[in-house]
Design a protein around this ligand. Sequence first.
Ligand code: KG4
Ligand code: ZN
Length: 481
Amino acid sequence: MHLIVLPAEAAGSPAGTPPGKMASTLLPTLLPPVSRAAAFLLRTPPKPFRYHHSLFRSLLASASSPSTSPTPRALVTMACAAIPTRRDLLMLGIETSCDDTAAAVVRGDGEILSQAIASQSDLLVKWGGVAPKMAEEAHALAIDQVVQKALDDANVSESDLSAVAVTIGPGLSLCLRVGVHKARKIAKVFGLPIVGVHHMEAHALVSRLVNKDLDYPFLALLISGGHNLLVLAQNLGEYVQLGTTIDDAIGEAYDKSARWLGLDIQKGGGPALEELALEGDPNSINFTVPMRQHKDCNFSYAGLKTPVRLAIESRNLCTDDIPISSATEEDRQLRANIAASFQRIAVLHLEDRCQRAVEWALKMRPSIKNFVVSGGVASNQYVRTRLNHIAEKNGLQLVSPPPSLCTDNGVMIAWTGIEHFVPGRFEDPPPADEPDDMQYDLRPRWPLGEEYSEGRSVSRSLKTARIHPSLTSMTQSSLHN
Ligand code: KG4
Ligand code: ZN
């Protein structure tokens, strides 16, 4: 029997579970995975755990000695006194899946100690998108500084950490590799466990950091530059995919439209378009809402691009040569009208699909209370307002992280690392002789979950080559082994 335990809250119950509640739930939670996390916290213990280390040892010793075998109640009392609290967990999170090099240090109870980020916006402006080789180089140049800044700002050193979390997919292999290399180097030197994080799960789960009452199951819309996902989150690591994009993601459509409209995209195409749209008439151009004839939850944004391009050309706007800052008032107004009309239709498409997804999700899990909206595009105020209507109309609570936690960041990776670390889902520290040119387990194409069977659509033309088994199938097979 495993007698190393974490408090009930650490074993998956919401934070703040009172000790009385813990006593009744403690014994059934003596699972090997939990013991694994506790055991790691107790190995050459980082500073915060030194005190607990000896208490744990005596707890173990007394429990294994038949003559002094304590009663279950006594064990629980001892455990309450001895166990490092979830707050003592210290996770470094590293994110390099796309164009931002980010790191953060987060405590087990969700307190954000630091976050650092180096964005590649100048490269985006120069190349018009993410060029993998350039992005890799930029990550490689920034990673050491970004991680050091996160540690310094948190006032901790590597030896204080409990573990390191790092994005292993989906994303660009070349970029993922930089983060994973750094994470493994730290983990190797300091003997730290590693948690490999799914980038899109991290977008979803950071909502549980900002809203501690957010429990499974919940519905999530994850909207970013590379992904459009509607998922039913059943549990940690377990998702049903209700819809995804059959071509471009909404963030890409924002970015392209912003570029075509001649906007200053230094701070990102999405934010620039959102700002200009405020000056425009959203009903001035009737773009067609995509996929209305498909009664599913999938998305398509590629079809919106041509009409936007045509709208610009037919109004003789020389957006390629004249940036918005030099445009006449009349020209600016026309561009704003296109931006606002694009945004209205792009978001109407989200609304259509979300309404159907809510219906599907409630049919599967009537207890759903929350609708999570996250990912870079969720920092858009218009998007949040419109989706809040969908939530309210269906009696759900909209949960959307603050904008700084919607766009790519290290906090979401650290937090998702904590979520997985606590129930023991992590890798042991790399061996001391792990070579620097090791082939890492990177998952550039890695679905969150399997498709909802009723949601399969003839319009889906997913290229299935080199797709990694979904996070959900991996979670389920590890739970059954
Ligand atoms: O999640 P994220 O930071 O990175 C990816 O995982 O892709 O999302 C980036 C995307 C970009 O396309 C960016 O233009 C978009 O999110 N975005 C926005 C806004 N802020 C960021 N789109 C619309 N409105 C915004 N305010
Ligand atoms: Zn992202």
